[in-house]
Design a protein around this ligand. Structure first.
Ligand code: SF4
Length: 609
């Protein structure tokens, strides 16, 4: 017995066929599950330089080996693909119930390949896989569609859906399941390009049986009892991620006005406490006692009069301070409006902030914005822009490509104001005030993500965030650890008090695989996952030149940023050298043959040359 399902479901939308395949045992030892396993399949199966929006791209839905077992905070799922925003390998992690349903259905992975000619849905139940025409669902928002699918396939149906933005191929469209979204990197855009409106599952609950069940159940009990009193868990349950807002404001790394400044007057109006006061009910994912979410009232827009689970910190940043706004009701409404269209809130907010700064600098005017006055804080204009992006209308068509492509199309100095790395719009941490984050975001294999390796010690004040030395090793380490978190999948917000020794213990008891018992072996798997992702990108033409930061970070000192005022990145090259050396990569950012051999990735050497 093992908690690996051992199987993948391959769905071909070009031929409307599906097959069930055995996943080789070795893949689990080398890549565990979820992000790691998906990276292995993407590296092996995607031809180099394919169009991310063409039928040659694949969308991989994955779930962790410990999902649905009783361990708390291990039942999220992930979507991996070649991103239409960055052109790199990509993974977006998401909560809700869908991952557990995949596990109940008996799959570690669902690989969706090919493209349908017209909009379709796919439904999975115990009797098979069914393809249906989805013309009737075109233009329906993800929340409404989930209700319709429950009506069609039964109350217990869980589904992953795209909205209008995904159908319109907006490059940062999300995939929604329950109240949660796989937001980043345009995973919903790839789904839209495949003409897949939704995939749904309705199967009976089937709990995975661990290899050493008594030992495993004992570990579950210990985890639950430890979590009950853990202060971080209590904080997450009460305040959730919105608590970060005031912490970052105090540090001076809360991006304001498109990363021009690092703190904002009136922060209390969008603080964790403020959003706690607005919480109507708790919300969270399958088998998670942390339940970091919260249902809040929406007042404006198509979801007005209902409630959403949100906003999370990143949405508060993107529709609050980034746009010079401290209005909790507006942030919630803007979040809901993005959910309606199926848009990533971070990329949408950063694209809108980009337009606002271009307007401020006189690079665009009302003639370019369909008459909208993009003066900082104009909430009406922001609502209009969300709608125009979702519908791909007017300036929304330009902004819906992401800031990198929009800047390229505008030409001139527009690129200076595009806050992106490898094409991914930046998350809500100004890297100038946390140098480890600058390095982690610059080298991230998925672009400007805050979830590719968090410099925890710098963020918590244990280490000096302003020095530009001795960052390579710790950042390499947190990136390996994040790869493990994402491959289990252990939720970053729900894993309070857990150590990698504990992960190793869980895995050994769940699977019987002795290799997992050795923590060093275990960390090596994280390194292998980061490395194969880099190999994927190298094959696509990425190298040191792409491990970069927006020009603002290296040329403009941070303003109005409390203790971080005046900070900027002065020597990215030195940071990169340290990082490459820590991982055994050459100065060009490409893994050396010796490192590939050490990680058992010898086969990729040939592919890289
Ligand atoms: S901590 Fe929050 S995001 Fe993580 S699994 Fe629990 S409810 Fe979901």
């Amino acid at each position: 017995m093992t908690t690996f399902a051992g199987k993948l479901l391959r769905i071909d939308l070009g031929s409307f066929t599906s097959t069930i395949e055995q996943i080789p045992e070795l893949y689990f030892s080398d890549f565990i599950s979820a992000r790691g396993l998906a990276a292995k399949y993407l590296f092996d199966e995607l031809k180099p330089n394919i169009d991310p929006l063409g039928p040659g791209n694949k969308l991989i839905l994955s779930v962790g080996v410990l999902a649905g077992t009783g361990l708390q905070g291990f039942s999220k799922w992930a979507v991996s693909t070649k991103s239409p925003l960055t052109g790199t390998i990509f993974r977006s992690v998401v909560g809700g119930n869908f991952g557990a349903w995949m596990k109940h259905a008996g799959y570690d992975l669902i690989i969706i390949q090919g493209s349908a000619k017209n909009l379709v849905t796919v439904h999975v139940d115990t009797s098979g896989v069914y393809f249906s025409d989805a013309k009737e669902f075109s233009g329906i928002d993800p929340r409404g569609l989930q209700k319709l699918l429950k009506k069609k396939y039964g109350r217990r149906t869980e589904s992953a859906c795209i909205g209008i933005a995904g159908e319109n191929l907006i490059r940062y469209a999300s995939i929604t399941s329950g109240e949660r979204t796989a937001s980043r990197g345009g995973v919903g855009t790839v789904m839209g390009a495949k003409n897949l409106k939704a995939i749904s599952i309705n199967v009976p609950v089937k709990k995975p049986v661990p290899f050493d069940n008594p030992r495993f159940q004992d570990l579950v009990k210990k985890q639950i009892s430890m979590l009950k009193d853990h202060p971080r868990k209590k904080n997450m349950t009460t305040l959730g991620t919105p608590y970060i807002t005031t912490v970052l404001d105090k540090m001076g790394i809360l991006p304001v006005k498109n990363f021009q400044e690092g703190s904002i007057p009136g922060i209390d109006k969008v603080s964790g406490k403020k959003f706690y006061d607005l919480k109507m009910a708790k919300a969270g994912c399958y088998l998670c006692m942390t339940r970091c979410g919260g249902m809040r009232n929406v007042t404006e827009g198509p979801f007005g009069g209902t409630q959403i689970d949100g906003p999370e910190y990143e949405s508060i940043y993107a529709f609050g301070p980034l746009l010079d706004i401290t209005d909790s009701a507006f942030v919630t409404d803007a979040n809901a409006f993005c959910d309606y269209y199926g848009l990533d809130t971070i990329s949408t907010g950063v694209s809108i902030a980009f337009a606002f700064e271009l307007f401020e600098k006189g690079i665009i005017s009302a003639v370019d914005t369909n008459g909208l006055d993009l003066t900082w804080g104009n909430k009406k204009a922001i609502f209009s822009l969300i709608e125009m992006i979702g519908k791909k209308e007017g300036i929304g068509a330009l902004l819906g490509q992401g800031v990198k492509r929009a800047a390229r199309d505008l030409g001139g100095e527009a690129g200076i104001y595009a806050m992106e790395i490898k094409g991914l719009e930046l998350a809500g941490y100004d890297p100038r005030g946390v140098k480890g984050y600058a390095l982690s975001m610059a080298t991230s294999n998925i672009g400007g993500s805050h979830m590719y390796g968090r410099p925890r010690e710098e963020l918590s004040g244990i280490k000096d965030p302003f020095t530009e030395t001795d960052k390579g090793l710790p950042i390499a380490q947190v990136q390996k650890e994040q790869a493990l978190d994402d491959s289990l999948i252990a939720c970053t917000f729900g894993n309070s008090g857990l150590s990698f020794e504990m992960y190793a213990e869980y895995l050994a008891a769940a699977t019987g695989n002795k290799e997992f018992e050795n923590v060093n072996n275990f960390i090596k798997i994280g390194e292998r996952i980061v490395c194969i992702e880099r190999c994927f990108n190298v094959r696509e033409g990425f190298a040191r030149k792409d491990d970069s930061l927006p020009k603002r970070m290296t040329t403009e000192p941070l303003r109005k940023a409390g203790p971080s005022t005046g900070q900027m990145i002065r020597n990215l090259d030195k940071l990169l050298d340290e990082y490459y050396e820590a991982l055994g990569y050459g100065k060009n950012g490409i893994p050396k043959p010796g490192k590939l051999r050490e990680l058992g990735l010898d086969g990729t050497i040939k592919n890289l040359s």
